[in-house]
Design a protein around this ligand. Structure first.
Ligand code: AVI
Length: 331
């Protein structure tokens, strides 16, 4: 009798629609000719940028990763106990998935778990998948190399079991509050009553703590920010002199967000060969490179409500710096 072939434990799906090179080139051209100048934080994550971000997560000042890990260490079993039977764990912007291990370990008790990490940087997906497959012999992985909006399309096809959708690491913070609500609403549109979404949110707090987290003493965040210019140099034939730009991170308390900039230390012209552009910088002129929104409880609930989601449970780290929110569709 013929048996059906076993499913492979690892599959990679590439959903990088469009031409990423052309998109980068046109976004850089638009951002550097705008007033004021800006570049999108989604371009931080090439190989060097991903490594620098992993180093940021280990910094003494960058409490976010440790606080979220602490919450997961304490509550992963409780979260796992909310699911009956086999489950699919989908993670948006998975990075190296270190924290996810805690959840997978708690879920992998007498049930089958499929893990679907969605990330733009394919090498990170492959490395972390290899590590997880080694650790968890019963785990199945479908890795999706895609931007968030493309990954959302894949979400709809993963519907054969209850799903736990993870959006951890304060990734929500790199969206405006309106964008966050709109994005959550799109996810909500794919959810059934059996599904849950777990969102990691950084809380509003003292300026000094926030500014140190985004301007560390060792200069890793500065290198991460400046890497955006290095990437333009490599990929678009730019001639940015990295020593003529400085990293700046300030907390805008009214808007509840950290703003990161690169500041030109002198008047200078920069040419970007592949897009035929010369950009003039005045001394002190800035390029706005990132916003990282911090939340109050009322702001979290407003975003969840606007997305048609209900805040079922939430947990904080002991120092009250960070929160995990478990969301479900409204009954
Ligand atoms: C990925 N994201 C949630 C980080 C943050 O905290 O906004 C990116 C980062 N930027 C500077 N440090 C970390």
């Amino acid at each position: 009798m013929m048996g059906s072939a076993p499913m492979p434990r690892f599959r990679l799906v590439e959903l990088t629609g469009g031409d990423p090179f052309a998109e980068f080139a046109s976004d850089v051209a638009a951002g550097l000719t705008a007033k004021p100048k800006h570049l999108s934080c989604r371009y931080f994550y090439d190989g060097d940028g991903s490594r620098l971000f992993a180093a940021i997560c280990e910094l003494p000042e960058y409490y976010l990763t440790r606080a979220e890990t602490e919450i997961l260490q304490r509550h992963a079993r409780e979260i796992a106990s909310l699911f009956v039977g086999d489950v699919t764990v989908i993670e948006l912007g998975s990075g190296n998935a270190v924290k996810t291990r805690l959840l997978l370990e708690a879920l992998l008790t007498g049930r089958r778990v499929r893990y679907v990490p969605i990330d733009i940087w394919r090498p990170v997906l492959e490395e972390s998948a290899a590590d997880l497959l080694r650790r968890f012999p019963l785990l199945e992985i479908v890795a999706v190399a895609a931007e968030y909006h493309e990954g959302l399309r894949h979400l709809r096809s993963e519907s054969d079991r209850p799903r736990l959708i993870l959006w951890l690491g304060s990734n929500i913070g790199n969206f405006t509050r309106e964008e966050a609500a709109a994005f959550l609403r799109r996810i909500q549109g794919t959810m059934t009553p059996a599904d849950r979404m777990l969102v990691g949110v950084d809380l509003r707090k003292d300026r000094a703590i926030l500014e140190a987290a985004y301007d560390d003493a060792a200069g890793v965040t500065a290198a991460f920010n400046l890497n955006l210019l290095a990437r333009i140099n490599h990929e678009l034939d730019g001639n940015f002199d990295l020593s003529a730009f400085q990293h700046r991170a300030i907390y805008n308390e009214d808007l509840g967000r950290i703003e990161m900039y690169l500041v030109s230390t002198r008047a200078q012209n920069v040419t970007i060969g592949r897009i035929g552009l010369t950009v003039r910088f005045a001394a002190g002129e800035t390029i706005h490179t990132e916003n990282s929104y911090k939340y109050s409880l009322a702001e979290i609930q407003a975003v969840a409500t606007a997305a048609g989601l209900q805040d079922e449970r939430s947990w904080q780290d002991a120092a009250g710096r960070f929160e995990l929110h478990l969301l479900s569709i409204r009954a």
